[in-house]
Write a protein that binds this ligand. Structure first.
Ligand SMILES: Cc1cc2nc3c(=O)[nH]c(=O)nc-3n(C[C@H](O)[C@H](O)[C@H](O)COP(=O)(O)OP(=O)(O)OC[C@H]3O[C@@H](n4cnc5c(N)ncnc54)[C@H](O)[C@@H]3O)c2cc1C
Length: 450
């Protein structure tokens, strides 16, 4: 029986552990914080729980400037967020027990290419294995001009729930996390100013998609400070903060939130002792997620490819298959990062997958672009929300679906259909010929393929 030792019990480590056990391996899982990883307690799940539990922002607006939520309600929301995370961790613990996965609570570190030591509460253990998987995740990046205090100067991990409802929060970073946080704090009733370093939010997304979100932000009274890069923050004598930008602009606010990316947790992992190559702290891996030491793999945020739980889960499974020589599903599970779907849990939701129209344009590639607004959908009208659209990018000659963007209610659910079409090599005619239930939002996806 092959033995696999995994360091880190987040989505990457967990999916690897359960898959490897199913394939008959002996699995040891080492975790220094909590089963489920940061994804369950401080990043992915609590952020989506908070957003899901907040009232519709329209209700907040209806009350003019009066807050719908009070600070005391945060406690209640916080408890619900916590209970979702706890439930997920409990489920995992039960699954591991039933699969006989050995869980060791402690910090794992490579001592060389063939030895891993674990520092637990009361002892040091030494382990060896046929394969070692590093899946230690990442942590928020903090710039040198500011010191988060968990009260006024916040990291994303401090806000599930935030210590209080800010009067005015400045959010630094207008990528996926920054816009989700903007939506979240605006829904809480805070005045929000988002610093946008370029000319649009979500600089890597389809500009039409970003425009729908910006329009919605404007309606909600969210301030966008464009071309602004923060480079300082000071506490004032009245307790407020002054946030400075590189171009000299200054903003007074009650709180500041940083959403400017992450750094890999690789400092204390013994990479050098084991001779594992890394770049800027990210472990370098091949397409099988194997480091330069063939029996040492790495997955999830630690390899920094696409930092998503969904990708981490797929990578973990792929490692289990590769390390154990499993070819039952297909010769090698192939991860095509270009075809990974992505969602942003704002209001309306945004989701996309595959080739973007702008990228096709800049590559000089001829594509067919079809776009249908949700205003044509009976279901959207019934639900009273016709914002957004579905856009399908396809090959004008072969008809293959190459990409898609959806802005609107439940976009994160519907993008799965476009992802399936792209990853299965389907053509627009396949979508057109498939039938859907009426009236549903997903009909718009089929309509956009016409
Ligand atoms: C605000 C926010 C929202 C997000 N929302 C989404 C989303 O909606 N959808 C999505 O797909 N992704 C989302 N993500 C990304 C997602 O959370 C990460 O990609 C995912 O957590 C990475 O999984 P992982 O297994 O690599 O790491 P983690 O979840 O960070 O788990 C790694 C674990 O390893 C442990 N560890 C570290 N060092 C050691 C050691 N030496 N020994 C033992 N254990 C160790 C850590 O304590 C941690 O528990 C979000 C991220 C953020 C910050």
């Amino acid at each position: 029986m092959k033995k696999i030792v995994i360091v880190g019990a987040g989505p990457a480590g967990n999916s690897c552990a359960t898959a490897a056990t199913r394939y008959g391996a002996k699995v040891v899982l080492i975790e220094n914080s909590i089963i489920g990883g940061q994804a369950h307690i401080r990043d992915c799940i609590p952020s989506k729980s908070m957003i899901g539990l907040l009232p519709n922002y329209k209700d907040v607006n209806d009350k003019d400037s009066e807050r719908l939520l009070e600070d005391k309600h945060l406690l209640d929301i916080g408890q619900k967020v916590q209970s979702i995370s706890t439930q997920l961790t409990d489920n995992l613990n039960q699954l591991f027990k039933s699969q006989k996965i050995e869980v060791i609570l402690g910090a794992g570190k490579l001592k060389g290419p063939n030895e891993l030591v674990v520092e637990t509460k009361d002892k040091m253990l030494s382990l060896n294995a046929d394969a070692i998987v590093l899946a230690t995740g990442s942590r928020p990046r903090v710039p040198d001009w500011c010191k988060p205090d968990g009260k006024q100067i916040l990291l994303t991990r401090d806000v599930y729930p935030p210590p209080e409802i800010p009067d005015h929060i400045v959010i630094v970073g207008s990528g996926v996390t920054g816009v989700e946080m903007t939506h979240m704090f605006s829904s809480l009733g805070s005045k929000v100013t988002l610093l946008v370093s370029r000319q649009h939010v979500l600089p890597d997304k389809d500009p039409e998609v970003a425009a729908v979100l910006e329009e919605d932000f404007a309606k909600r009274g969210i301030g966008l400070l464009k071309g602004a890069r923060a480079n300082g923050v000071e506490k004032n004598s009245d307790g407020s903060l002054t946030v400075s930008c590189k171009d000299g602009r200054k903003l007074k606010a009650s709180h500041l939130l940083l959403a400017i990316g992450s750094l890999p947790n690789s400092e204390n992992l013994g990479l050098e002792e084991a001779g594992v190559e890394a770049e800027n702290g990210y472990v370098l891996v091949d397409h099988h997620l194997r480091s330069n030491i063939p029996h040492i793999y790495a997955a999830g945020d630690l390899v920094g490819k696409l930092q998503l739980s969904s990708i981490s889960i797929t990578q973990g499974k792929k490692i289990a298959e590769h390390a154990l020589g499993i070819t039952a599903i297909q010769t090698h599970r192939h991860i095509d990062y270009e075809k990974a779907p992505l969602a942003i849990f704002t209001e309306p939701e945004i989701a996309d997958v595959g080739l973007a129209e702008a990228d096709a344009f800049s590559e000089g590639r001829k594509v067919r672009v079809t776009k249908v607004p949700f205003s044509v959908s009976a279901r959207a009208l019934i639900q009273g929300d016709t914002r957004g659209f579905v856009k399908i990018i396809s090959d004008p000659i072969t008809g293959h679906v190459l990409g898609g963007s959806i802005v609107g209610r439940h976009a994160s659910e519907m993008i799965g259909l476009v992802s399936l079409a792209i990853n299965s090599g389907l053509k627009v005619t396949d979508l057109v010929e498939a039938m859907s239930v009426h009236p549903t939002l997903v009909e718009v996806v089929f309509e956009a393929a016409e």
